[in-house]
Design a protein around this ligand. Sequence first.
Ligand code: WT7
Length: 650
Amino acid sequence: MSRGNQGVDESDGSPTAGTDRYGPPCWFADTANVADAGIRDRFAEDWPDCWTVAGDMLDWDREYETVLNRDEGHLAWFGDGRLKPSHNCVDRHVAAGRKNAIAIRWIGADGERESLTYLDLQHEVEAVAAALRSLGVGPGDVVTLFMPNVPELPVTMLACARLGALHNVVYAGFSADELADRMASADSDFLVTCDGYYRRGSAVGQRNTADSARLQVDADVTGVLVGRLADDPDLGRDYHSYGALRDEFAGAEVDPVARDAADPLFVLYTSGTTGEPDRVTHTTGGYLSYAAWTATAVLDIRPEDTYWCAADIGWITGHTYGVYGPLALGTTTLLHESPADHQAGGHPWASIERESVDVFYTSPTALRSMRQRGAPPADEYDRSSIRLLGTVGEPIDPSTWHWYRDELGGGEAPVVDTWWQTETGGIAVATLPAVDPMQPGAAGPGVPGLSVDVVDDDGAPVADGEEGTLAVQRPWPGMCRRLASEGHGAGAGRDHPDAWRYVTSDRAVRGPDGYVTLLGRDADTLDVGQAAYGTAVVERVVSALDGVTEVAVVAISEDDEVAAYVSCDRSSTDPDALAGRVRARVAREISPAVRPNRVIIVPELPKTHSGKVMRRLLADVVSGRGYGDTSALRNPEVVGEIETVTRRQE
Ligand code: WT7
């Protein structure tokens, strides 16, 4: 099968639409953290030593002499350095006279607000570290954290880091089986969880899920329970009280444990829209420095900012850009119990106004859901505090991109589309907002120091404009430990930097300007006839149609047919007419080969807990294969209706 050029052209909506470009606004570039136009060349010439720029953002207990060690093919960033991650995220800001700056501002589901200054954070982290130590937690132990976005979660993560223990955060919406799998696989004998939390206005119990997971795990698990619903939750015989322990150890001083740069900082399982969850381990020095540097260079975060990363801490986005990156920089990170699109009124404007948010980072999925609910009138909420907007998680179609910039950025704020993965630790492909023009729909070039390419099935680079798989050709400090020891698709001579390579599983195309457009995961590719099409190519042109809110295209079993699942604004859109428009547009702008044979209008698309559309499930439904377990979905209730609508239309 050909994976070659599929007739990508320069018309509107094409994957490499190159005409639609916006330069960095002057008012932004004048004050941005990184505005050096020569930075990519400098990094390329000076690699790997260029990465001292990231390493030097941290305090080291033993300075590193080598930026990249390459012993026996194993790559270790800042390999001979030692550092204390919780000192870097907490204590050093207190020591630098910023003890009263707000580190974490938490906003609960019903609007209550709690602020921790850097000094408060240090006290909390020390008390919880002392408590965990009294329960037996020490360097190298794995502590599983099963909590939503509550202040106790980042506090406990940093307390683990302070002891040299690894945290293993499991997204709070996961089932008992999933929690048990992740505890057993990570060999974790400690569990910190909560009695419950609030979601969409109602209390959700968490304790029972944690209890049944513990029954499935062979190890003797030590449990700690946070009271989120009750101040004094029933502990039974199985839990220590987080609140009582914290009070008991209040005022304790716990010296942070220094770790080797390559020592693990935490483990985290990938969300997996396609396969089994996969354990990813991140390093202390490389990961933390990369989190800090990309938060500075790409998200332009400054210590005096109020910054809102709308992701749940249960995903890598929340780890890197909700906790470690912003706290390493000494900024104020906002933590919301409810996702951005579940705020009162279904939108984030009220919080943006009240907290004077400078930088906002969210997913295209959340943006599409806010857009569907409708933006409040422009004069109702002041959003003039916004300086930069970012997105992550899925390709963002130009139509949603423009809506984001207009409605949240007042038509002015730069938007960065950031491509990365749990494995990459931090942003790998993005524009630098003060340096590179923005191109709606394209993520951009590699982050300085990362050389990205698009390769064919044999690993050979394809020509610009041709479709292939995204590959990163050089190691970077944020890469996970597995990549450091193996690379991926790396050829012989691994210790030669130019032979190293990480082939991702994302389809992509690169334009002549070096900008990469992501076309969806390899597993989601539409194979029709003699060609393969990235789902994002087709979805993008459908998204641009008036009235369309969300779309996912999938192949129907083996018959070379395509189905488009579309949700639309029913008040203004006639579904029958829409189906015709969808077909015509895809045939005209891409190819009759992928014209959807079926256009199925549904109220909502099925999404994973981390907000990714689950195309695999749609493909199973439309192919009549039965779809099995839906526990990986955040909206399993829509599947029944999707199935009914699909069958009714046959
Ligand atoms: C996968 C990684 C990195 C935090 C989010 C989830 C997709 C991510 C983009 C983007 C197109 C994107 C890719 C990638 N993805 N960002 N800006 N444009 N696709 O981390 O759960 O490890 O998922 O998310 O398919 O491989 P994750």
